[in-house]
Design a protein around this ligand. Structure first.
Ligand code: ATP
Ligand code: MG
Length: 448
């Protein structure tokens, strides 16, 4: 059974119980009230009509009934003896049954009481009370026909009202459950939608402060977390391809040179082979790192004491080999920091690679290291004012850069590395043209 059906049923059932209870109470109260009226009428009759018990000529008591003024409903009257027999007026046509209790009242052992009896198919209310003659009690009865008819009508009405109430409750329950379950249904649809389309950017309305709004907001938080992790995964893949491209390119260049120029001077040949081996080693390390990252290995790489100036020198050396058309000048002060040398070198290489890429042929790239900060300045076209805020975004490339090779990931990786080290990276236009990029990392005090 669906939750909605169960909810409706529960509402209808609750209302049914309430309505049935209220009807039963109403019925009992009305019945008491109506019978009370009959009882009052009986009492009234006893007190208003002077009933006299007299003796007939043979000495037997009998009831001397004065005639009612308008005739009619004087009811049935009889005397009961303590032996349990009934004495009736000569005109009486029916005899009331004498109960044990009535006999006891006649014997003076019990007080007056009301009881119901059925005589000759008629439902009667019988009032039994002691009279001033010992050994006798008076019984006076009135038919309950009218009261019974009224009660029957009321019963019918109550059943009708209860049925209508329950039906109404079921209908309202259906409407209410629909309204109550609408947010749940929206949630379900959203979840199904996400499953179907794999679109994790979907969010659902979570206005309000009730439980369902909280559920919705929890759902949204979960979606956001999933989206983040999916994005991180995609980033990892794109970072991986970006990071692998650079060493692959230089590897390819070196191998091409080796295979083309068979008659290379021995020294140069050895240098190239050493480069190739080194690059292969770098790539192996990089791949191992990426595999580790992809495995979701949460253990962060332990930072170590790093000399930023030395790491920068290595990066310059590497870029120099890949970009022979550009010259590099370096002003490197001893600068100890804490960090992961491989990733820092990768970040600096990305800066140098950009500077070299945008430099005119034969241009110079100036690199300085001081107090945990690397500055790279080139004499290229510079970055347009409107592009400046975006160059660190993933995949962002200025319009003028679209014709150049690149994927727009280099500076995003630099920013990520800077932030991971508690630092920052910024770009600005250099005086006299070109671009200046600063990578700030947290400096460590110089050890003496
Ligand atoms: P990739 O580094 O992924 O191969 P890319 O160099 O285009 O590609 P980023 O290094 O992220 O990507 O640089 C982003 C954009 O910033 C570049 O496309 C270019 O428009 C601009 N830019 C970066 N460095 C310079 C620079 N030194 N001079 C001029 N523009 C630059
Ligand atoms: Mg780049």
């Amino acid at each position: 059974m669906s939750f909605r059906a169960r909810l409706t049923l529960a509402v209808a059932l609750a209302v049914a119980v309430a309505v049935a209870g209220a009807s039963a109470i109403t019925y009992v109260l009305v019945r008491g009230e109506l019978r009370g009226e009959v009882d009052d009428a009986l009492r009234e009759r006893v007190s208003s009509v002077r009933l006299r018990v007299v003796n007939d000529p043979s000495g037997n008591p009998f009831l001397d009934l004065p005639p009612t003024r308008f005739g009619g409903a004087e009811g049935i009257t009889q005397l009961v003896t303590s032996e349990g027999s009934a004495i009736q007026s000569p005109a009486a046509r029916v005899e009331l049954p004498v109960t044990e209790r009535a006999r006891l009242t006649a014997a003076g052992k019990r007080g007056s009481f009301f009881a119901n009896a059925t005589v000759a198919g008629t439902h009667l209310r019988v009032y039994t009370l002691p009279v001033d003659r010992p050994g006798l009690a008076l019984q006076i009865a009135r038919p309950l026909d009218e009261v019974d008819a009224a009660l029957e009508r009321i019963r019918g009405l109550l059943v009708l009202i209860a049925a209508a109430g329950i039906a109404l409750a079921a209908g309202l329950g259906l409407v209410v459950s629909r309204a109550v379950l609408a947010p749940v249904q929206r949630l379900t649809r959203a979840a199904e939608d996400v499953t179907e389309t794999r679109d994790l950017s979907r969010r659902i309305d979570d206005d309000g402060s009730d439980e369902l709004a909280r559920l919705a907001s929890t759902f949204n938080t979960m979606l956001a977390a999933l989206e983040d992790s999916a994005r991180a995964q995609r980033q990892l893949v794109s970072d991986a391809s970006h990071e692998l491209r650079t060493p692959l390119t230089s590897l390819r260049t070196n191998i091409e040179v080796l295979s083309r120029d068979v008659a290379l001077p021995a020294g140069e040949r050895e240098q190239l082979l050493r480069d190739v081996t080194e690059q292969l080693g770098e790539m192996t390390a990089l791949i191992a790192e990426l595999v580790e990252l992809a495995r979701g290995d949460q253990a962060p790489v332990e930072p170590e004491d790093v000399r930023l100036d030395l790491v920068t020198a290595d990066a310059i050396e590497r870029t120099r080999r890949n970009r022979p058309g550009v010259s590099f000048s370096a002003e490197l002060e001893e600068s100890p920091i804490r960090g992961v040398p491989a990733t820092i070198e990768r970040a600096i290489s990305n800066l140098l690679d950009n500077a070299a890429k945008w430099s005119p042929v034969g241009g110079e790239v100036e690199v300085t290291v001081r107090d945990g900060e690397v500055t790279v300045r080139d004499h290229g076209p510079g970055i347009d004012e409107e592009d400046l805020p975006f160059v660190f975004d993933r995949f962002y490339r200025a319009t003028v850069a679209r014709s150049m090779p690149g994927s727009g990931l280099g500076l995003a990786i630099v920013r990520q590395v800077a932030e991971a080290h508690g630092g920052a990276v910024s770009a600005e236009a250099a005086q006299g043209g070109g671009t200046r990029l600063r990578l700030r990392l947290r400096p460590e005090p110089l050890k003496s």
